[in-house]
Design a protein around this ligand. Structure first.
Ligand code: DGY
Length: 332
């Protein structure tokens, strides 16, 4: 195929050059080698005439954009979370949407576990204090936190990543694992993980360390707010690696300030990269900038999977992780 017959695709963010190079033999590539997010208007303008887009979890793909970009046939995200993509609208417009599950499971579970441990054992709080030159003597309860081993680990959202965290807790740290999920796992999977299913309120009352991994949707918006935090033990910790908005950050900041729970670890925030300023004022919190999947090999694998999906979607192949495969079936 000559260069000018190739479909045009837009790569919305700076990626690994070797991944972008994989696209070039198939497509005319408009590569936006930048890290700042695009406005909806800028994205719409840039997608004019494009058959495909390679995006991250930040670019909004919705009905107005799809109406304005009639040539679009595939939108491939390198994130597993796809709350930025209106999948039913894509299906209605005949646009194939893909995400990137699987390749980031273990890396993200490592991070979730690390953030939970850092929160329980007050790692960053004590480091800030040490760096401030305040370490003058040893004392018996100096930054005494709570144990992770043997404690009850509560997981909200028992998909791939939730299950990988459960395995770390049960097998590595002898934790008692309980979980809440939209649908209960089959009995044999629960037995293999040593995980007990509990209703949300029961789980919140019982848990020592809560890890939230549930996808964001209208149904999970502020799933954890003031009333839910009130159910937790004052010694409990909360770790959120899911999406901003699943936890009510203002309510969480208040609960931490009042020591209604012991501590929190947050990798995701409502309105990120802006943070609720109240979160910055409480000491009993560990904050990270949405990096749970950020090991180099994993980020490369995520981008690679998005490229594989895009190539397959626009060259008559089978994209491995389609969110709406019925679009391809309709294309025949
Ligand atoms: C994901 O893949 O959903 C991660 O949160 C990165 O956006």
């Amino acid at each position: 195929m000559s260069a000018d017959q190739r479909p045009r695709v837009f790569v919305a963010r700076r990626l690994f050059p070797e991944v972008v190079d994989r696209l070039r033999p198939h497509f005319e590539v408009d590569y936006r080698e930048a890290d700042d997010p695009m406005t909806a208007e800028a994205l719409m303008a840039r997608l004019q005439g494009c058959a495909g887009a390679l995006i991250a979890g930040t670019e909004p793909i919705n009905a107005p954009l799809l109406d304005a970009c009639p040539q679009l046939r595939a939108v491939c995200s390198m994130a597993v979370g796809f709350n930025n993509i209106d999948v039913p609208a894509c299906t209605a417009h005949g646009v194939l949407a893909t995400n990137a599950p699987g390749v980031l499971t273990e890396t993200t579970a490592d991070f979730g576990f690390a953030l939970m441990m850092a929160t329980a054992r007050r790692i960053t709080e004590s480091e800030h204090w040490l760096r401030a030159g305040r370490w003058l003597h040893w004392s018996v309860d100096l930054f005494a936190g709570s144990d992770v081993h043997g404690a009850t680990l509560g997981i909200i959202g028992m998909g791939r990543i939730g299950q990988a965290i459960a395995r770390r807790g049960a097998l590595g740290f002898g934790m008692k694992v309980a979980y809440h999920n939209r649908s209960r796992l089959p009995a044999e999977e629960e037995a293999a993980l040593g995980a007990r299913y509990l209703g949300l309120h029961e789980l919140l009352r019982e848990v020592d360390h809560l890890v939230i991994v549930v996808p964001y949707s209208q149904q999970t918006h502020h799933l954890i707010g003031a009333a839910e935090l009130d159910l937790m033990k004052p010694t409990a910790t909360l770790t959120n690696i899911a999406r901003g908005g699943v936890v009510d950050d203002a309510a969480l900041a208040q609960a931490l300030k009042a020591r209604r729970i012991a501590a929190a670890g947050l990798d995701v925030f409502e309105g990120e990269p802006q943070l609720n300023p109240a979160l910055l004022e409480v000491p009993n919190i560990v904050l990270t900038p949405h990096i749970a999947s950020a090991s180099l090999p994993t980020r490369r694998a995520m981008a690679d999977l998005a490229a594989t999906n895009l190539i397959a979607a626009l060259t008559g192949g089978a994209p491995p992780t389609a969110l709406n495969p019925e679009v391809l079936e309709r294309r025949g």
